[in-house]
Design a protein around this ligand. Structure first.
Ligand code: NAP
Length: 287
């Protein structure tokens, strides 16, 4: 039996083992996915152990998505630009490679509800690892305006400065020769965000707020029937309920969890992931 582990703290609540073990069984792979609680002090030895032949790779979650980077041999381009890793796999020579599958997973799940970011406005709440992945993914997908709003304004400014540096050349153009999106850093208040959500566009909650009932990063969200509100938290949060009450379309983060897992599995298994089996397992785990 080969092993794939989820490295984080805490990880006991994670739905990934159920989803990934269902997929591994479907593919007939002799491997097992297991969540392994890992403190910061334990992180170096946990990552070093992945070099053993019995490991196929790992997922990385809170709070290690950035701290794990110096322990790896190389990063995929997107993970390097984002500065956060959620997947570790082995390269052709057994080297440990860091990838970020959160970013493409968000875009894939948005497509599933018919939202295509090109030329749209997107407002991202938060400035930590998940928000960085969202901001980079949305910029890459061609949004016209990107707003990052965070409780600590300086972190939103830093995120956008990093993003601008990562996606533009000396002429200030993107790799495809276009001008980058307009980028605005804001504090996290409904009054500041309202002008950017007027007339449509996407609001993404990528803060850590929403897991506990009754908490929301943005009370009275300034949205209406033209907005899509996406919450990376995978439950019907207060933000989603308040947004739906205003007429907005809403989506929780379960689909993003599904697609980040499917993309990670493809790295470990070198074959397409059984997405529907994984979706069914995840939904079962939510009951
Ligand atoms: P994190 O590092 O804990 O996120 C911290 C962010 O949340 C910071 O921007 C922080 O603002 C903000 N924050 C924390 N407490 C706050 C409060 N009381 N009010 C306002 N803002 C607050 O977590 P992360 O790794 O970036 O993940 C963020 C969320 O995305 C988590 O809920 C995670 O579960 C979810 N996620 C979901 C998926 C998925 O597949 N669906 C994937 C990745 C992450 P400051 O900078 O001001 O401290």
């Amino acid at each position: 039996m080969r092993k794939i582990i989820l490295i984080g703290e805490p990880v006991a609540h994670s739905r990934s083992p159920l989803m990934q073990n269902a997929a591994l069984a479907e593919l007939g792979l002799p491997a097992r996915y297991e969540a392994v609680n890992t403190t910061s002090a334990e992180l170096p030895e946990r990552v070093a152990a992945l070099r053993g032949a019995d490991y196929l790779g790992a997922n990385v979650t809170l709070p290690h998505k950035q701290a794990v980077i110096p322990l790896l041999d190389r990063l995929e381009d997107e993970a390097a630009r984002i500065g956060a890793v959620n997947t570790i796999y082995k390269g052709a020579h057994g080297e440990l490679v860091g990838a970020n599958t959160d970013a493409p997973a968000l875009i894939m799940d948005l497509a599933e509800v018919g939202f295509h970011p090109a030329k749209r406005t997107a407002v991202v709440l938060g400035a930590s690892g998940a928000a960085r992945a969202a901001a980079f993914a949305l910029a890459h997908a061609g949004v016209a305006t990107l707003v990052v709003a965070n409780r600590t304004l300086a972190r939103a400014e830093e995120l956008l400065a990093d993003l601008l540096l990562a996606i533009t050349d000396e002429q200030g153009l993107t790799a495809s020769g276009e001008v980058p999106p307009a980028m605005i850093a804001l504090e996290l208040t409904a009054a500041d965000l309202a002008p950017y959500l007027m007339g449509g566009g996407l609001l993404v909650n990528a803060t850590a707020v929403g897991w506990r009932e009754g908490e929301t990063p943005l009370p009275n969200p300034p949205v209406d029937a033209q907005n899509l509100v996406y919450d990376m938290v995978y439950r019907q949060t207060l933000l989603l309920r308040e947004s739906a009450a205003q007429g907005a379309a809403v989506r929780d983060g379960l689909g993003m969890l599904l697609y980040q897992g499917a993309l990670a599995l493809q790295h470990w298994a070198h074959q397409p992931a059984p997405v529907e089996v994984m979706r069914t397992a995840l939904r079962g785990a939510m009951r």
